[in-house]
Design a protein around this ligand. Structure first.
Ligand code: XCC
Ligand code: SF4
Length: 639
């Protein structure tokens, strides 16, 4: 303890060096004054292990743990003889397995509720979007003509369940993959069977003494990751649209300025939309509003954070208070009466922080509890039990707020809730399937290509800074940017999701945006909604003129401030799908090793995409642009 406080004294956190988010800076100052600690402080005190950072250690058995030297990686092997390539590939495979498990389990949670809706066992949710139900069913060859919603939904449930449980054969959404790409996957033996099987196989193969061939391990990484992108995540996205409605462009606000001093503020943070949707219903329930009024509040103000928030931002226009690294600082406003969380990206530190400021902090999912935090279990069969309890306790906290309230004044507006179908529609295509206008604008060069900029924020780099600078550089070079997750919140705060941000784009992109009134940076939703990018890429190939494989498209992806294993899995499914994907912060491999070369070069030679790495936003942008130009040249379309 003594040591820790000495370190703190020697290195007081400079909020302006830690983040470019004004509200977060303000709250970090207040937290410092109050002696409260956040991930920013803890990161400054915790030096990353240099061996672990480059994935050069193994603890898969108790003859070890074994550490190799990342500066001289082939100088040693583990006790079992494992080389740096075996060790790094095995570690990587477990990151893919864990990340893929998170998304697929999320998708499975959605599927559980969908099943109960279809069987009539659940009242709190329904099939809201029948059009989408029929579209999704049709896309995986379920007969829809003349059939009832219930029959189609029943068949869809049965089909989608295979995404998880199937032991042999191909998962249903493989039917959406362009034939030439699917052919490549079949030849390589990486078409996923069911997610459970693929994840189990990774856990087996990465056990001591099983798969020790890094190339063979990477194959299983691809197979498992594809079961996330074209499986679990895609199921989560599609069922979300079916049960809660497809996102449509709407004006919505982002930043801490949307907290309201005179209202009961409740933040929902996490990932699965089930809790949030129920909270939306409960917070507009007249009974609850009456209770809030009786406590002297002008209303109940619901806000989202992280992916939970990103998803309802586009679907319902619920304001978003900030991305991952702002989840602790926002509590320093003292204005958050309750924070309810479900799964993923919930920092343990939130519990401590909420105690400092008297925020009522609730875990709600039996899979994700925090020692010392209050748990109010959310049951999809009886949603009100949980949501009413949270609202009651939030109201109670509002009635006698234990700390002074300080709300940063910044409010940023933008247009959220796009889908790629919608963009194409705006560009003059038909809503259903035509990507003709998007493809045309790429072919005629007004749009140079499409970049997906996604992922987390990470206290190892300045929050939001890389996302924002990178995206600005991309649009300046006529690259249309699509976004999900915490990255899109960074850009929303920077004002780039307003149509008038088109002036920051290059001439071609600016012209396209101004013609249809769309921003040059498009927000697509949460991280499972990265599957929307896959679906869009498949449509672009199907539409024609841009090659016949996903890897032919002039597109690139990036997660410049990532921190989670989910991001690694997402990166791997984009790479396996054929997309050049650049990560920042740090990359879990040693440059120059065979494993590293496979990820960064070899996979592309085999017809897939490849990984890239850079930390400077301009370097990242130009790696992506160069790749887009390379693909344009290969397609023979003008530069
Ligand atoms: Fe989590 Fe999804 Fe990363 Fe944000 S972007 S920190 S994973 S909330 Ni998904
Ligand atoms: Fe060491 Fe091999 Fe055991 Fe890993 S599996 S800890 S490298 S002995």
């Amino acid at each position: 303890e003594k040591q820790l406080s000495e370190v703190k004294k020697s290195k007081p956190l400079d909020p302006k060096a830690a983040t470019t988010c004004e509200s977060t800076i303000q709250m970090l100052r207040r937290a410092a004054a109050d002696g409260a600690e956040t991930a920013f402080n803890r990161a400054a005190e915790m030096k990353p292990c240099p061996i672990g950072a480059e994935s050069s250690c193994c603890k898969h058995c108790f003859m070890g743990p074994c550490r190799l030297n990342p500066r001289d990686p082939y100088s040693r092997v583990g006790v079992c003889g494992a080389t740096i390539d075996t060790i790094a590939a095995r570690n990587f495979s477990r990151m893919v397995a864990s990340g893929g498990a998170a998304h697929t389990d999320h998708g499975m949670g959605m599927l559980d509720v969908f099943r109960e809706v279809v069987r009539g066992n659940i009242k709190g949710y329904k099939i809201k979007n029948e059009k989408k139900l029929f579209e999704v069913a049709k896309s995986i060859d379920i007969k829809v003509d003349g059939r009832s919603v219930k029959d189609v939904a029943t068949d869809l449930y049965t089909e989608l369940e295979r995404t998880y449980t199937q032991v042999e054969g191909e998962i249903p959404f493989m039917k959406r993959v362009p034939p030439k790409t699917l052919e490549l996957w079949r030849k390589a033996g990486i078409v996923p069977r069911g997610a459970m099987r693929e994840i189990m196989e990774i856990m087996h193969r990465s056990h001591m003494g099983v798969d020790q061939d890094y190339e063979n391990i990477v194959k299983q990484c691809s197979r498992t990751a594809l079961a996330d992108g074209w499986g679990g995540s895609m199921v989560a996205t599609e069922l979300g649209d079916i049960m809660f409605g497809s996102p449509e462009p709407k004006k919505a606000g982002v930043n801490m300025g949307f907290l309201k001093e005179d209202q009961v503020n409740i933040i929902v943070h996490g990932h699965e939309p089930l809790l949030f949707e129920a909270m939306i219903v409960a917070s507009s329930d007249p009974e609850n509003l009456k209770k809030a009024e009786a406590a002297g509040a002008k209303g109940i103000n619901l806000l989202g954070m992280c992916c939970s928030g990103a998803e309802v931002l586009g679907r319902h226009g619920v304001p978003h208070a900030g991305n991952f690294l702002s989840t602790e600082p926002v509590l320093a406003t003292g204005a958050v009466d309750a924070m309810a969380v479900d799964v993923q990206c919930i920092m343990t530190g939130l519990n401590t922080m909420s105690k400092c400021y008297g925020t009522r902090f609730f875990t709600t999912n039996r899979k994700a509890m925090i020692e010392g935090a209050e748990h109010v279990e959310f049951d999809e069969h009886d949603t009100e039990k949980c949501t009413n309890q949270i609202i009651d306790m939030a109201i109670e906290r509002f009635r006698n707020r234990p700390v002074q309230v300080e709300i940063p004044q910044r409010q940023d507006w933008g247009i959220h809730g796009f889908s790629m179908e919608y963009i194409s529609y705006m560009l003059g295509g038909t809503f259903r399937s035509s990507y003709v206008p998007l493809n045309d604008n790429i072919i005629n060069g007004r749009i140079r290509g499409v970049a997906g900029v996604v992922g987390c924020t990470n206290p190892r780099v300045k929050q939001d800074y890389i996302h924002v600078e990178l995206v600005k550089e991309l649009i300046k070079n006529n690259v249309l940017v699509v976004q999900t997750g915490c990255s899109q919140i960074a850009l929303a705060k920077a004002g780039l999701m307003k149509p008038d941000a088109a002036v920051l784009a290059g001439d071609g992109l600016q012209e396209v945006c101004e013609t249809v009134g769309m921003p040059p940076v498009i927000s697509l939703g949460s991280c499972v909604d990265n599957s929307r990018i896959l679906t869009a890429c498949a449509e672009m190939v199907r539409t024609g003129g841009l090659g016949d494989k996903l890897s032919d498209l002039p597109v690139a992806g990036c997660a410049p401030e990532y921190m989670s294993e989910k991001a690694i899995c997402i990166g791997q499914y984009f790479v396996a799908s054929g997309v050049y994907t650049v990560f920042g912060v740090t990359f879990p491999s040693v440059e120059g090793t065979k494993f590293h070369k496979l990820l960064f070069e070899g996979l592309e030679e085999q017809g897939f995409g490849k990984w890239g790495f850079a930390t400077d936003p301009y370097d990242i942008a130009h790696l992506m642009i160069e790749h887009i130009d390379k693909k344009r040249a290969a397609l023979g379309i003008k530069g």
